[in-house]
Design a protein around this ligand. Structure first.
Ligand code: LLP
Length: 427
C-alpha cells in the first residue's frame, strides 16, 4: 500500500498535488510520503510482534536524517555500514544500544567510533576484523559485543550485484570455516560473541531463502554454544522485496511465517535490518521533460532526472514504473500493467542529460505523448535512489520533500553550483 494516487488525472502524494510540489521546489525532486513510510515499518512490526524483535532501519537505503528521525520515533533502531552512517543514525536520535554495525571493511577509526558510541552489535565479517576489534576494544577498555556474519551459501536469489549469500562473494564468514574463526576468541575478554548474523541479499521476492538460511543458522547456533559462546541474538538482515512492476512483493507476514518458528526454537532475540521494504514505495522521483526527439528509429523523452539522481536502472537494469504526473485523457489514468501495450501510448526511452549512453530511467516504455515542461513520476524510488546519487557531470543533487497529509516540508535543499566546488575551495 502506498499514498501516491491520482485525483482527476493529477498525481497526489497524500493530500498534496505533485504538480504543486514540482512548481514549489523545482525538479528533479524526491517526494516522500510519511504515512507510507510509517505504514511499512508498522507492517513489519506487526508481523514479527510475537517475538518482540529489534527492527533496525537500514540507513544505507535512505539516510536522510528527517526520515531516520521518523524511524527512531516510531521505535526502530538502526543498521549502519560505515562511520558516516553511524553519525547519521546518532544525529537522527538513534541510541547506541539499538544500533547494529555491518560491513566488510570497518577501519580502526570506525571500530573505535562505534565502541565509543556503545553500539549494540558489531556484525563481524572476517577473522581479521574480529581480532582488530578485540585489539581496539582492549585499548578502549570496553568489550565489544559481536554477531558473527555468516555467508550461508544459498542458491542465487536476486541480482548478482546484490546477492550476498552465494558462495564466493565478499560478505560474511564462510559457512565452512566460521566455527574455526569463532574458536579463536572463546574466552576472549575483549570480544563477546553473542549473536549470529546473515543478510541474504536484496531485493528478495520469496520467503524460501529465509527458511533455508535460518535452518543453517540454527545448526550454527548450536555449534557456537557448544564452543562456549552464549548466543542470544539472531540477526536475519534485510532484503524483503517491494512492488516495482506491479504487485509482485510478499507481505511481511509471509517472511515472518518462515522466520518466526526458527527464532522461537533458537531462544534468541531477533534483529531485522529492513530498508527497502520500509522506504522503497514511500518515495517517487519527479522530473520535468526538457525535450523529446526521434533518432535512429527510437523516440526519446529527455527529462531532467538522470543516472546521477537514480542509478538503479543503469546499474542493475532495474524496472521502475514511470508515468505522467498529469496524464492526458487519451491514456488510462494509471495503467494496471506497465509492461504491456497501453492504449494511447508510444514506446519511448526515458533518458537524462548525463553524457553517457547508459544514462536512462527506462527503455522502450509505453508512455503518452509528452511535451516540454510535462512532469513525470518515477515510482518506488525511495530506496537506494537519493542514497546512491552523485554529482556526476557536476549536477547538483536533487531536493527532497516530505509530505504529511496536506503539509509538505523540504528535508534536503537542492544543491547549488557553489556546493559543488566548496570542498575544493576549502582545502
Ligand atoms: N543489512 C545488510 C547487511 C545489508 O547489506 C543491506 C543491504 C540491508 C540490511 C538492507 O537491505 P534491504 O532491506 O534494503 O533490502 N543498491 C541496491 C541494494 C543494495 C543492498 C545493500 N545491502 C539496489 O538499489 O537494489
Amino acid at each position: 500500500m502506498d499514498h501516491f494516487h491520482y485525483r482527476d488525472r493529477s498525481l497526489f502524494c497524500e493530500d498534496v498535488a505533485v504538480r504543486e510540489l514540482a512548481d514549489n521546489y523545482g525538479t528533479p525532486l524526491y517526494v516522500y510520503s510519511k504515512a507510507t513510510l510509517l505504514h511499512h515499518l508498522s507492517e513489519i512490526q506487526r508481523a514479527f510482534a510475537p517475538v518482540q524483535p529489534l527492527i533496525c532501519y537500514s540507513v544505507k537505503t535512505n539516510g536522510n536524517i528527517h526520515l531516520c528521525r521518523l524511524m527512531a520515533q516510531a521505535g526502530a533502531g538502526f543498521d549502519v555500514t560505515s562511520g558516516g552512517e553511524l553519525y547519521r543514525a546518532i544525529t537522527a536520535g538513534g541510541v547506541g544500544d539499538r544500533i547494529v554495525y555491518a560491513g566488510v571493511g570497518k577501519t580502526n577509526v570506525e571500530l573505535r567510533y562505534a565502541l565509543d558510541t556503545g553500539v549494540f552489535l558489531f556484525n563481524v565479517e572476517s577473522e581479521g576484523e574480529l581480532h582488530a576489534l578485540a585489539a581496539v576494544a582492549q585499548k578502549v577498555g570496553r568489550p565489544a559485543s559481536v554477531a558473527l556474519r555468516v555467508n550461508p551459501d544459498l542458491p542465487p536469489k536476486t541480482h548478482t550485484k546484490t546477492d550476498t549469500s552465494v558462495k564466493g562473494v565478499k560478505f560474511g564468514l564462510d559457512i565452512d570455516t566460521i566455527l574455526d574463526v569463532a574458536r579463536t576468541v572463546v574466552g576472549n575478554p575483549h570480544v563477546h560473541v553473542i549473536g549470529l548474523h546473515m543478510h541474504l541479499g536484496s531485493p528478495i521476492l520469496s520467503a524460501e531463502p529465509y527458511r533455508a538460511g535460518i535452518e543453517k543458522g540454527l545448526v550454527l547456533i548450536e555449534r557456537l554454544r557448544e564452543q562456549g559462546h552464549p548466543i542470544r541474538v539472531l540477526n536475519m538482515g534485510g532484503g524483503f522485496g517491494i512492488h516495482y512492476r506491479k504487485q509482485e512483493a510478499l507481505p511481511a507476514t509471509a517472511f515472518a511465517a518462515e522466520i518466526l518458528p526458527g527464532v522461537q526454537k533458537s531462544g534468541c532475540k531477533l534483529v531485522l535490518e529492513p530498508g527497502r521494504f520500509i522506504v522503497g514505495n514511500a518515495g517517487i522521483l519527479v522530473s520535468r521533460v526538457i525535450y523529446t526527439k526521434d533518432s535512429g528509429g527510437k523516440h526519446f523523452i529527455i527529462q531532467d532526472a538522470a543516472m546521477n539522481d537514480l542509478i538503479r536502472p543503469t546499474l542493475y537494469d532495474s524496472f521502475h514504473r514511470i508515468w505522467a504526473v498529469e496524464p492526458p485523457a487519451s491514456v488510462p489514468v494509471q495503467p494496471a500493467d506497465y509492461e504491456v501495450e497501453i492504449p494511447g501510448t508510444r514506446k519511448a526511452d526515458v533518458v537524462g542529460p548525463v553524457c553517457e549512453s547508459g544514462d536512462f530511467l527506462a527503455k522502450d516504455r509505453h508512455l503518452p505523448a509528452l511535451m516540454r515542461g510535462d512532469l513525470l513520476a518515477t515510482f518506488s524510488a525511495g530506496a537506494y535512489g537519493m542514497a546512491m546519487s552523485s554529482n556526476y557531470n557536476s549536477r547538483p543533487r536533487a531536493a527532497e520533500v516530505l509530505v504529511d497529509g496536506n503539509k509538505h516540508q523540504l528535508i534536503r535543499r537542492r544543491e547549488t553550483y557553489a556546493d559543488l566546488v566548496r570542498p575544493e575551495i576549502e582545502v
